[in-house]
Design a protein around this ligand. Sequence first.
Ligand SMILES: C[S@@+](CC[C@H](N)C(=O)[O-])C[C@H]1O[C@@H](n2cnc3c(N)ncnc32)[C@H](O)[C@@H]1O
Length: 266
Amino acid sequence: MKIDYQEPSKDLLMRIDIHEKYGSANIDVWTNDLLKPQAGMKILDVGCGAGKLSFLFNEYTKGGAQITGGDFSNELLDKAREKNKKVGANIDFQFLDFNQKFNFPDNTFDLCTSAFAIYYASDLDFTFGEAHRVLNKGGRLFVSGPLPENKQMFYDIIKEATNATIPPMPGSSRFKGDIFNTIDKIFAKTELHKFENHLTFPEVSPFIDYVRASLGEDRKLWTSMFNGKDEYEALIGKIETVAKKWIERDGKLVMTKVVGGILATK
Ligand SMILES: C[S@@+](CC[C@H](N)C(=O)[O-])C[C@H]1O[C@@H](n2cnc3c(N)ncnc32)[C@H](O)[C@@H]1O
């Protein structure tokens, strides 16, 4: 299955910022508690985007791990490299397309991570086979992504506003099934962990910022719902009307993110 997924940096950074401002729990703490990366480890972060996880591990290990971040978006890699310079880190950010052979020898890394990314792979056996190949024996793979019950309220508002069918989301529809099963088949041991985060919006505008950063035309996930800028704005207007109605009724909007973490050992 080919998925033509694109992530503009402004949308990704907006969503990260909204999670930080309105979330009740911190996914970074959950990730570090689960993985406890150590100085001296070699870590590969696949689909690293602007480097969120790579910088998290760099900070946690006080610069002691050897970290490589790979992504196929040059725009996001540039953002990551800018930050690398700014914070004086030494992370190697490089081009990596997870639908192609990874450019590393067998048995190179102790930890391979991918947050909200690798599940967009076209051929799961191939991509997770590559992750397995580049890991050392006993090395760990960690993949996070949305579970099917993720942000139900977000989809309910869109459904009420449009009466339209929500397009299938490659992450949540495949995470617990195909993705877990593929990893489980290839790796020696596989566990599923869960993280919940309640995002509470006291007013409509940050919620609409989140909607815009999720439905943007460039991401190519929601384009079945609109054609061109005017239809897009009309769609956002309808969602805003329903969100206002909900906030008048409930006093706030609460969207619960339900994230799965697949942790596997080679
Ligand atoms: C939702 S973002 C997550 C980024 C980052 N891991 C984070 O947690 O902020 C998804 C990332 O997957 C990357 N991506 C999508 N398809 C890819 C591919 N075929 N190869 C490498 N990266 C890809 C996108 O460029 C984007 O950076």
